[in-house]
Design a protein around this ligand. Structure first.
Ligand SMILES: Nc1ncnc2c1ncn2[C@@H]1O[C@H](COP(=O)(O)OP(=O)(O)OP(=O)(O)O)[C@@H](O)[C@H]1O
Length: 259
């Protein structure tokens, strides 16, 4: 069942009514020589805790820019992101780095594992970096759920793409982040292994109350989400509740045709 269940390691699921991210009049412009490119134009929305949101849209519509601004990886030109109660614009670069490390989890298309560390060391990297004391029972549960128990001493290069992405997912969830940001998490995987990653993200939301925000080009992946935001030219043009793959395909085709 969606939206209820226990939080990570047995805590209560977060209150769905409380936005974990609030975005107000967010704009991001890039200067390219004498031209200004508007990547985001006056975006306002909220992301409820314990929900799975996908962000879709044609190439260049601003998906990555939005994700990067939400996660404090990029600074907007105007507007504000309040993440887990903290206004990002007020933070120094160091404080934003700390917030990303301590409160957020990231899954990228290219896995981004540390090649010289074992699977176990990659999963617990946050502990080495920040003196974070991890809940080892929760870590072991994640390892088991993601089918990684017999891979812990391997190096990333010894794993398949699907296994590497499952390690990245474990690393993203192990410190119980306020939000997991996933940028094309299935983009480098075939549909079967990508499906396993998506099912696990869905399970993390349903059973552990995790909040997930994912950028994807794949309508079948986005159809796993509770909510899909469609972007065009840096603006949200549709906000859809549990759309099917077919609905997303036709909405995206209409956006491409109108471009
Ligand atoms: N660092 C940058 N410098 C200049 N322009 C940029 C930069 N990053 C993004 N842009 C521009 O901003 C717009 C939005 O880019 P963004 O990468 O957010 O789109 P996207 O929807 O994620 O695209 P894609 O699906 O192709 O990854 C595009 O026109 C892009 O060229």
């Amino acid at each position: 069942m969606r939206g209820d269940g226990n939080g990570p390691g047995g805590t209560r699921a977060p209150d769905e009514a409380t936005p974990v991210i609030s975005v107000r009049q967010l704009s991001r412009a890039y200067q390219q020589g004498t031209t200004t490119v508007t990547a985001l134009a006056d975006v306002s929305t909220d992301f409820a805790a314990g929900r799975f949101t996908a962000i879709m849209g044609p190439s260049g519509s601003g998906k990555s820019t939005l994700l990067h601004c939400l996660a404090g990886l990029d600074r907007p030109t105007a507007g504000e992101v309040v993440l887990a109660g903290t206004a990002l614009s007020r933070l120094s670069e160091t404080a934003r780095t700390r917030l990303r490390r301590d409160r957020l989890g990231f899954v990228f298309q290219a896995f981004n594992l540390v090649p010289i560390l074992t699977v176990e060391e990659n999963i617990t990297l946050v502990e080495r970096l920040g003196g974070h004391r991890l809940d080892h029972a929760w870590r072991d549960r994640l390892v088991a759920l993601l089918g990684l128990a017999d891979r812990l001493r391997h190096l990333p290069a010894q794993l398949s793409g699907g296994e590497q992405q499952r390690v990245a997912v474990a690393r993203a969830l192990v410190h119980r982040p306020a939000v997991v940001f996933a940028d094309e998490p299935t983009g480098s995987l075939d549909s079967r292994t990508g499906g396993a990653v998506l099912r696990f993200l869905r399970q993390a939301v349903d059973e552990f109350g995790q909040t997930v925000v994912m950028v994807t080009h794949d309508p079948a992946a986005a159809a796993q989400a509770d909510r899909v935001l469609l972007l065009r030219d840096g603006s949200i043009v549709a906000d859809l509740a549990t759309p099917t793959t077919d609905v997303l395909l036709s909405r995206l085709a209409a956006l491409e045709a109108a471009a």
